[in-house]
Design a protein around this ligand. Structure first.
Ligand code: ADP
Ligand code: MG
Length: 324
C-alpha cells in the first residue's frame, strides 16, 4: 500500500491577540495514512483533531513541519487545487454545507467551479448521488431533507470531485441514531466498494469498530496509533485521557472484573457476542459461571440464544445482571 497523507513533525499554533494567548494545537505529529485505509481519529475536546484534519487539505498550513498529500507539500500554493481535489472534507453541521436550492445543483457545485465539462458533471452527480443512496432526491430541496440525508448530500458533493480521501470531522455528531447509521453505512460502502480512503473523526467509540486503524490525539500529540483491538485494550490509559471504550469492550471488562474468564479485546459486536457465547452458551438454564457476589454479575443464557437477541441486548444499555 502507498501513502496518501503524511505528516512529518507537524505543529500548528493558533496565534493569539491582545486578550488571548497563542494556542499550540498540534505539537510534533508524525503519521502516515495508507491509501485505501479506514482510519478513525479519537480524542477529547480540544485535543487537536479538527486542526489536524484541516491540515490534510491545506485549509490550515503547518506552523512547523510538513504535510504531504500524495507526495505534494501542502505548503506549495501552486498545488492547492490538486490537493483539495484529492482530499475532501465533510463537517459537523449539515446546514452549513448546503450551497444550492436543488440537490443536484448542490452536488455539482464544486466540479462546476473547477470547470469540469457539463456532460462529465452530469455523470459525476448521478454517480455520487447513487453512491450515497440519494438518487430519488435529485430534484429535491436540500433544506427540506433530514440531517442524515443532508450529510449524504454533503458527501455526494465531495464525491463529485472524485477524491481519493474523505475526511469526516464529527460528521455524525448532530444526527439522530438513524441519520448516523445512514451516513456510516454510506462511508463504509465507499471504503469497501470504491476504495476511498476514509479518515473519520468521531467521539462515538463504537464508530471505531470497523476501522483498520485508530489514532488517538491528546493535547496536540499523537497518543496512540494501532488497530481497534490494540488501542481499546489500553482502557485505563484511554480513561486517563477522558475517553471511554466501546460498549463491547466495556461489557467484557466488566465481566472479567466480576471474575468471568473471558478475553477483553473483542471490539466488534459480532466478536464480542462470540466471546460471550463461548463462555456462556454451553450452560443452558443454569448459572453460567460462578462469580463473586461482590461482582454482582450472573448470567443465565438459554442454550442457543439467537445472535439477534444478543445483539438487541448489546444495543440496549446492556450492563447486565440478570437473564435473557
Ligand atoms: P478538537 O477538534 O479535538 O476538539 P481542535 O483542533 O478544534 O480540537 O482544537 C485544538 C486546540 O486549538 C484547542 O485548544 C482549541 O481551543 C484551539 N483552537 C481551535 N480552533 C481555534 C481558533 N480558531 N483560534 C484559536 N484557538 C483555536
Ligand atoms: Mg473538532
Amino acid at each position: 500500500m502507498s501513502t496518501i497523507i503524511q505528516t512529518d513533525n507537524l505543529t500548528y499554533t493558533y496565534s493569539g491577540d491582545e486578550e488571548t494567548a497563542a494556542t499550540v494545537a498540534l505539537d510534533g505529529v508524525t503519521l502516515e495514512i495508507e491509501r485505501g485505509s479506514f482510519v478513525v481519529v479519537l480524542g477529547h475536546n480540544g485535543s487537536g483533531k479538527s486542526t489536524l484534519a484541516k491540515t490534510f487539505n491545506a485549509v490550515l498550513l503547518p506552523s512547523g513541519g510538513t504535510v504531504y498529500v500524495d507526495g505534494m507539500d501542502t505548503g506549495d500554493e501552486a498545488l492547492l487545487l490538486e490537493i483539495r481535489r484529492r482530499v475532501g472534507m465533510v463537517f459537523q453541521n449539515p446546514d452549513n454545507q448546503i450551497v444550492a436550492n436543488v440537490v443536484e445543483e448542490d452536488v455539482a457545485f464544486a466540479p462546476e467551479n473547477l470547470g469540469v465539462p457539463t456532460e462529465e458533471i452530469r455523470r459525476r452527480v448521478d454517480d455520487a448521488l447513487e453512491a450515497v443512496g440519494m438518487t430519488d432526491f435529485t430534484l429535491h430541496a436540500p433544506h427540506l431533507l433530514s440531517g442524515g440525508q443532508k450529510q449524504r448530500i454533503a458527501i455526494a458533493g465531495v464525491l463529485a470531485m472524485l477524491p481519493e480521501c474523505i475526511v469526516l470531522d464529527e460528521a455524525t455528531a448532530m444526527l439522530d441514531p438513524i441519520g448516523r447509521r445512514e451516513v456510516l453505512n454510506v462511508i463504509e460502502g465507499l471504503h469497501r466498494e470504491k476504495d476511498v480512503t476514509v479518515v473519520l473523526i468521531t467521539h462515538h467509540m463504537n464508530e471505531a469498530e470497523q476501522a483498520d486503524r485508530v489514532i488517538v490525539m491528546n493535547d496536540g500529540r499523537l497518543a496512540m496509533d494501532g488497530t481497534p483491538r490494540e488501542v481499546f485494550s489500553r482502557a485505563e490509559e484511554l480513561a486517563d485521557m477522558g475517553l471511554a471504550t466501546p460498549d463491547t469492550i466495556a461489557l467484557l471488562r466488566e465481566l472479567k472484573a466480576a471474575g468471568v474468564d473471558i478475553p477483553t479485546d473483542a471490539v466488534t459486536v459480532d466478536d464480542c457476542i462470540d466471546a460471550v457465547m463461548n463462555v456462556f452458551a454451553g450452560c443452558a438454564g443454569k448459572a453460567a459461571q460462578e462469580v463473586p457476589p461482590a461482582g454482582g454479575v450472573t448470567f443465565l443464557l438459554p442454550k442457543k440464544t439467537p445472535k439477534n437477541h444478543l445483539n438487541l441486548w448489546f444495543k440496549n444499555p446492556f450492563y447486565c445482571s440478570g437473564r435473557l
